[in-house]
Ligand binder design. Sequence first.
Ligand code: AMP
Length: 481
Amino acid sequence: MADTSFNNYPLSPALLKAITLLGYHQPTRVQQEVIPLILAQKDVVIKSQTGSGKTAAYAIPVCECVDWEQNKPQALIIAPTRELAIQIKDDVFQIGRFKRIKVAAVHGKSSFYHQERELKQKTHMVIGTPGRLIDHIEKGTLDTSNIRYLVIDEADELLKMGFLEQTATIIHALPERRVTVLLSATMPADILSLCMSEMKDPIRVDIHEESQVTDRIIQERYAVIPQGKIKLLKEVIIVENPDSCMIFCNTRHQVDEVYAELKALNYSCAKLHGGMEQGHRLSVMKDYKQGFFRYLIATDVAARGIDVDDISLVINYDLPEEDENYVHRIGRTGRLDKYGKAITFVTDEDERRWLEIDSYLGKAVPLKERPSKECVREAEAEFSAKLLLVPESKSGKGESLNAEIVKLHINAGKKSKMRPVDIVGTISNIPGMSASDIGIISIQDVSAYVEILNNKGDLVLETLQSTPIKGKLRRVRKVRH
Ligand code: AMP
């Protein structure tokens, strides 16, 4: 019988506390299989889909195994896209929060210099996209000499994006004595041969989900002429009246157009596509995750790996160009055993493409009659009422964790020769405080950040108003996580 509680694994209290506060009551199937294997230092090849809890399946044991005292990176995670790298970083950060795991994400379209500075500090785990990881390795800004854990996530996507050779280059820069974990939704020959050449007797874990993502999603399609799409969209939205909805288009231009139409109606919406600046994209995703708006209109940049709770409806305004993207898009709803709905618009020109998707799915998707005028009129009152409501905010996954952690900003950093030990020394001398109440410390040029755990933030904040750090009274204030 597989273990059904996280308490059955030899995990430290710091990790178990984070897991509980994240609301993970029971390990998922992939976690049940994988956690004991990585804890036993085995190489593992995992065939599993996103939404199965696969990130925590490796993040939990790797966080457990890293040695906090060591300053050089001990674990490296390779991910195909920036979005995924950032999401993995967030997950690892939350899981390792009470163990004070320091984690850095390195990816393109983000300042190399800032990443370099971050990597100079104590870093336990690094998550990166292949190109930027190679840049850092070649410039000597990422020290790989102490990497003991390597995770290759979404290997099939790395392959598809032409990153397999770069992945091999990174692997060859790592020590041979290490645990290697590879995850992929499919196992084409190129990936299997990578496993054979770079892994030691890997154990294969195949998770056949009892209920496939696509089984948990009610799928429907509507026949429509291209000029009629926007009208149909508005009708479908009124009738379905979703709390949280993603609308996928194939081009940036189409996203802009649909967004402009919905915005003009005062719908609570935002857009996301590759033409937008990276910082803006990240803030849109963050706001969507927190439930600040109801409709996200996006290209496929938002289709893969992105994990937002409680999306009740996905609409394929345009038919995706790749079969797999259909599944990735609709998989934004129906996460982790939840149910969802996906609606696809199919024009005459799309008919052949649709048949390909249909045979890829191996399951008939019913063709629906467009909503009648009466049906739309009847639904309108309820829809308009919801329009006036502010969307319910989704409690972010880290919220319970954040609730008992306070982050403080201290106005002194490297330029004043401030070191983590100075901050730890001062804070652990405060009556009622010990070193285990101090979380992650990050020292920058002219400021430092320190997390105070166990609901003791206010005590520390108050005391530091009149207690010097490194011989001087510093300005200390609370900041947002
Ligand atoms: P992933 O497959 O890694 O994209 O994870 C899908 C979602 O499941 C994420 O929102 C995780 O935070 C969440 N999750 C992971 N493990 C568990 C668990 N044991 N119980 C509940 N939720 C989980």
